[in-house]
Design a protein around this ligand. Sequence first.
Ligand code: ADP
Length: 159
Amino acid sequence: MGRVAIYAGSFDPLTMGHIDIISRGAKLFDELVVAIGNNPSKSYMFDLEERKVMVSEACQDIPGLRVVTFAGLLVQASESEGANVILRGLRAFADFELEFRNGLANRDLSGIETVFMLADPPHIFISSSLVKEISINGGDISSYVPGNVLTAMRRRLAN
Ligand code: ADP
């Protein structure tokens, strides 16, 4: 059986921090599934399909990647996508507590293991919410997001 990992998030929008985890993670597994979901307690700048297109475009040169959308529990998506590992990025101690709880819950629910990759120091402070806040207030986010996301955000904010 091949090693298939699932890397899930909202990706609203995709950042260079996500791309760092995706490109390093793709080298560790036979296949990496990037799964884009909605958290019911959040409101989004881009809808699911727009986020899927942005991730697919920005990551088209990374081999062994599949981009999907999902609803419901990550363990359910992992099973339906044939993933046997959950991949997560860890930015800081602040991420740890939630990730620790989710990782243990997911293993309890389905037996699936979670693998953490440490964020790359230059990307450690980048988050989707920070990128949105900076761009909404007219700041420069061009080094924090890929070119297609920058274009999409400029277009969205101009409307
Ligand atoms: P959500 O909106 O569901 O919190 P995110 O899109 O923010 O999801 O994050 C998805 C995954 O990417 C998480 O594992 C998160 O820790 C990781 N991640 C987010 N930003 C970075 C970054 N700058 N460097 C490394 N990992 C990151």
